[in-house]
Design a protein around this ligand. Structure first.
Ligand SMILES: Nc1nc2c(ncn2[C@@H]2O[C@H](COP(=O)(O)OP(=O)(O)OP(=O)(O)O)[C@@H](O)[C@H]2O)c(=O)[nH]1
Ligand SMILES: [Mg+2]
Length: 353
């Protein structure tokens, strides 16, 4: 049994051990200096942006800004045309919950294939071969926000548009360990998004076996998205899971969920430290502007710290790092990050270039 599906309590943040770094020291150093150069470049651009007084007053850093900040130079930002093509694929195709299984062999095409092998029916063979679609899998610790993310990805479906309201396809709960099965959401004739049971605290052994079976055997699997709760950072089971994916040669990206909570946290801190707004003595910035700038810098530092300490940036597999928020708050007024995540999903399935 793989060690990320456990009931362990009090799991602590960890970093990738050197045994998991499939990389030489030289390459490591090269990547680091490149990353530093990029970080400096972004900070410079960022501060240039923030030197506009008007911007600074208004601008609360968003999860999309953060995705841009941590964007690796290998992965250019999607163009407007790519985003618009992505959005129309998600909005023009009907979404349905196609299957729910608690055992890998119960996935409909696997089941009927097994039945065919047991009989000589040619009719079933046709049925099975007509339904293959690329699939992407969402993995993460229990309560990391997998089901919420899927709901937000599906929000622009035809069905939602017609009803002009947010249809929640996946069940979400404050209780960790809520999703107990593999749930496949089909988007037209294009692809499937697969929700999974979480691992770590309150994860179950049987659910772990189900997910591992799927990862090791599913030929339609195109990419895994590993969700990390922004408040908790990388935990031991996350690191074990990523090492497992690397060993299996399964491509994966990282999504930090609940980014709204970090934006709120640092802005609240700054406000309470700096509650008297007015013009600064230099006359350049008001204390309110300074506090906005400080909060934004602290948010970036927070993510730099958890990414840096995890050692993930040193892995040769260079996963993309994306951020999102499935819920809005007073400061984070919209749901950010979904267009970019949808684009990465379609690109990994070969649906868009
Ligand atoms: N503030 C905030 N809360 C979130 C966000 N995403 C999820 N949550 C909350 O986190 C809790 C867990 O969300 P789920 O989507 O059920 O998480 P899950 O990973 O599917 O959990 P399991 O099925 O138990 O593994 C719920 O209370 C959600 O409301 C987010 O972006 N921001
Ligand atoms: Mg869930």
């Amino acid at each position: 049994m793989k060690h990320f599906y456990t009931r362990a309590r009090n799991i602590q943040p960890v970093r990738f051990s050197s045994t998991f770094r499939h990389i030489t020291d030289t390459l490591n150093e090269l990547q680091k200096s490149k990353a530093n150069e990029e970080a400096n470049h972004v900070v410079k651009n960022d501060s240039r942006k923030q030197h506009s007084r008007k911007d600074l007053q208004k601008h609360v850093i968003t999860p999309s800004d953060l995705s841009d900040h941590f964007r690796h130079s290998f992965y250019p930002r999607p163009t407007r045309a790519q985003i618009s093509a992505t959005q129309s694929i998600f909005s023009q195709n009907k979404v349905s919950l196609e299957w729910i299984v608690s055992s890998y062999k119960d996935i409909p095409d696997i089941k009927s294939q097994n039945e065919i092998h047991g009989s000589s029916s040619m009719v079933n063979t046709f049925k099975v071969s007509s339904s293959p679609l690329p699939e992407v899998l969402f993995l993460g610790h229990t309560n990391s926000g997998k089901s919420s993310l899927i709901n937000n990805l599906l929000v622009n479906s035809v069905e939602n548009k017609n009803h002009n309201e947010f249809t929640e396809h996946a069940y979400v709960s404050r209780r960790a360990g809520y999703t107990k099965t593999l749930n496949a959401y089909r988007i037209g004739n294009k692809l499937r998004l697969i929700d999974t049971p979480g691992y770590g605290e309150f994860g179950e052994k049987e659910q772990g076996e189900l997910v591992i079976d799927y990862i090791c055997n599913r030929k339609y699997l195109r990419r895994v998205f590993v969700l990390i709760d922004s408040r908790r950072g990388f935990l031991e089971p996350d690191v074990n899971l990523i090492s497992f994916l690397i060993d299996q040669g399964v491509p994966y990206d990282i999504i930090f969920t609940k980014a709204d909570t970090i934006v709120d946290r640092y802005n609240a801190k700054k406000r309470s430290n700096n509650s008297t707004a007015g013009t600064s003595s230099s006359g350049k910035y008001t204390s309110r502007e300074n506090s906005a700038l400080q909060a934004n810098q602290n948010i970036i530092k927070y993510y730099e710290k958890i990414i840096g300490e995890s050692g993930i940036a040193n892995l040769t597999t260079s996963p993309k790092i994306l951020l999102c928020n499935s819920y809005t708050s007073k400061l984070v007024k919209a749901r950010y990050g979904y267009k970019e995540i949808r684009f990465e999903i379609l690109r990994s399935c070969g649906i868009i270039e």
